[in-house]
Design a protein around this ligand. Sequence first.
Ligand SMILES: [Mg+2]
Length: 218
Amino acid sequence: MPPRFSTVLFDLDGTVVDTVALIRESHRHAVRTVLGVEMSDEELTANVGRPLIDQMRAFSEEHAEALLVEQRAWNHAHTAELIAGYPGMDGLLGRLHEAGCRVGIVTSKSRPTVQLAFDALPDIARHLDDVVGLEDSATHKPGPEPVQVALANLGATPEDACYVGDAPFDIAAGNAAGVTTIGVTWGFFDQAALDTEHPDLVAHDIPALEAMLLGAGE
Ligand SMILES: [Mg+2]
C-alpha cells in the first residue's frame, strides 16, 4: 500500500523525542533562579512548542533574556541525562523512509539545541531528509511559515503532506499551511488542548500514528 502522504513533517519535542522532563525541569530551574518562584508543571510547559524566548517572555517580559540564559545553560548541561526516545519512533521513521516518504522536522528549537538532541539520539537523525529550526524562518509556530519552508525544501505541496505534533501551536501552524494535521497525545499536551485547534486526526500511540501514515494493521 502506498503511503498516504508523500511528505511527513514532525514536530520534535514531545513528538519524536521525549524532552518532556528535560524542558519542564529546565524551565523550573530558570524561573526558580531568576524569578525566585515555584510554578506547577502545567504552568511551566503551557507554551512549549513556541520559540524559547517567547516562552520566557510569558514567564516575565522584563526578565526574559536572563531566563533564556539560565534555561539554555541548564538544558544543555542536562540533555544527555534527561532526553529519551519514544519506543517505536525510530522504527516508524525508518518504515516511512522505506515506503518512499520524505521525512522532515519542523521545530521552534535553535539549530545548536536540535543538534544536542540528535547527538543524544543518533538513530532519529539518520531518517530525516530536512530539519527546519528557529533560524530557518522569520516567523514561527503557530504561524504557517516554518511548515511552508519545509514543504519548499522538500518540493512538496500542502495537499500531499501532513504535520504531526503534540502541541496546539503545531496544529495551528499546520492548518494555516494547509497540510493535514495530526495531533499526538504522548507529549506535552492532552487531547482537549489539541482539540482547541481542530486537528484532522489524533493519535494516542505510535502504532495508531503508523496506521494513519502507512495503513499498517488496517
Ligand atoms: Mg512539541
